[in-house]
Each structure stands twice: as C-alpha cells, then as structure tokens.
Design a protein around this ligand. Structure first.
Ligand SMILES: NC(=O)c1ccc[n+]([C@@H]2O[C@H](COP(=O)([O-])OP(=O)(O)OC[C@H]3O[C@@H](n4cnc5c(N)ncnc54)[C@H](O)[C@@H]3O)[C@@H](O)[C@H]2O)c1
Length: 243
C-alpha cells in the first residue's frame, strides 16, 4: 500500500464532544488539515460549516455509537481517525460523592472511548490504517481533589490506550493519549473563580491553555507524520506537571 492510498483511506475523522470547547477546536483544526470531519455530541443546534456531518450520539451507549459509525461509513466511507474527546466532570470529595456520579463519569469518559474503538477498530485493522487519539487529563497522572471519578476514568483511558496500541501496532494503527492541563473552556469557566485563578497561577508558562494548544497536538498525532508514535501520553500543560 502506498502512502497516497493510505491518506485517501484516512480522510474521514470522527471527533466526539465536537459541539463546543476542545472538541470543537479539534474538529475545526482537522478540517483545516484537509480531513472530512464528522462530529458526535449529545445535541446540536445546527451543523457547523467545518463538519461534513453532526450526529447526536451519547458515546456511553454502545448501540447508538455502533449504529452511528455504520451510518457514517455507509454515507461517507471508511473511518481512519477517531478522536475521543467527549468528557464530563461530576466533582465531589470521595466521602460525599454520589455513587451514580462516579459511574456516570466512568461511563462517558472511559466506556465512551471504548465504544468508539470497539465500533471502528475492525475496519481499521482490515484496511491496515488508523489513528486513535484519546483526550485524557493531567489529573489522570497526578490525582485531584474532588475528582476520584474523573481521574480514575482518565487514568483508565491511558491504560486502555496502551493496550489498544499493543494490539494494533502491527496493523498500521496508532493509539495515543493527550493529557491537557488547565484549558480555557466551559468546563474550567464553571470553576469557583478563586480556585480557577489559583490554578492558573501554578502554570509555569504563565497562562491558561487554549483549545488550539490541544488541537495542535491532536493534528500531529492524527497525521501520517506520527506513524512511529503509539501507546504514548502527550502532555499539553504549560509545564504544570512533568510526569
Ligand atoms: N478544559 C480543561 O481544562 C480540560 C483539561 C483536561 C482534559 N480535558 C478533557 O478535554 C475534553 C473536552 O473538555 P472541554 O473542556 O472542551 O469540555 P466541555 O464541557 O466544554 O465540552 C465537552 C463536550 O462533550 C460533550 N459530551 C458530554 N457528554 C457526552 C456524551 N455522553 N456523548 C457525547 N458527547 C458528550 C458535551 O456536550 C460537550 O460538547 C474532555 O474529555 C475533558 O475531560 C479538559
């Protein structure tokens, strides 16, 4: 298979949680890179111009994911790239956390990415090409007050990614994680202002991260240039944590 055939086969990219925040920036960047990008999110007001399709899919529901992947491939062709970005927080100290909030965060942030991989890996293996990019978190690598559920899900995502990387390395597929630090989105804008400012003060780069900082890293990992990089965790955190 020539490189040209490979890139033709990698034209369709799925980005989950693409309606806003980091996911929206990733989808916009991959579209600017020349990919045909399909967004999955819980709901859409309209289809953004940079997406070829915007589907309402709850990533934690395997049936819905599998059906949507089948629909995308029937309509647009084989999926070469999957970016698992959809994620939620349900923060509380562990001794006060509602067990349902623990489970929901695992279901969206860990089972969701598994569902996308499960639904796309067979096709990628058959075609001998694929890029999986999973959005983990700095807090997976260091823990965080009030985030036992979130940190566990995001750390599980790293271990899952390494396992998938091993299983697929000989099939032309790479699977990597990005661990963003503190990034300006609705998720961090919702924090108590004093906690938010204290977090920003801890960043050696002296600023909060932008959604484009994360999208730039995804662009690289999704490209043919990153074909020898698999099973890795790329930190994008302004030097806040150096594992
Ligand atoms: N913002 C940060 O500082 C930061 C830091 C580290 C990691 N992250 C991770 O980056 C990713 C994006 O974060 P963000 O800050 O842009 O968040 P956000 O809340 O602004 O956006 C998340 C998107 O995911 C969608 N989503 C949520 N649950 C879903 C589900 N079940 N099915 C489909 N879509 C769903 C939401 O509707 C939303 O559009 C998340 O995985 C988050 O954990 C964010």
């Amino acid at each position: 298979m020539t490189p040209i055939e490979k890139s033709v086969k990698s034209q369709i990219a799925i980005v989950t949680g693409a309606a806003r925040g980091i996911g929206e920036a990733i989808a916009r960047r991959l579209a600017a890179d020349g990919l045909q990008v399909v967004g999955f999110d819980q709901a859409w007001e309209s289809r953004p111009a940079h997406l070829i399709s915007a589907l309402a899919v709850d990533v934690s529901d395997f049936g819905a994911v599998d059906q949507a992947i089948g629909d995308v491939e029937a309509l647009h062709g084989p999926i070469g790239i999957v970016v698992n970005n959809a994620g939620i927080t349900r923060d509380a100290m562990s001794h006060k956390m509602d067990p349902q909030d623990f489970r929901r965060v695992i279901d969206v942030n860990l089972v969701g990415p598994f569902n996308l991989c499960r639904a796309t890996l067979t096709g990628m293996r058959d075609r001998g090409y694929g890029r999986i990019v999973n959005i983990s978190s700095m807090n997976a690598l260091r823990g965080q007050y009030g985030q036992a559920n979130y940190a566990a899900a995001k750390a599980g995502l790293i271990a899952m990614t390494k396992s998938i990387a091993l299983e697929t390395a000989a099939k032309g597929i790479t699977a990597n994680c990005i661990a963003p630090g503190f990034i300006e989105t609705d998720m961090t804008r919702a924090m108590r202002p004093d906690i938010r400012e204290a977090e920003i003060a801890k960043i050696p780069s002296g600023r909060i991260g932008t959604v484009e900082d994360v999208a730039n890293a995804v662009s690289y990992l999704a490209s043919d240039a990153a074909s020898f990089m698999t099973g890795q965790v790329m930190s994008v955190n302004g030097g806040q944590h150096m594992p």
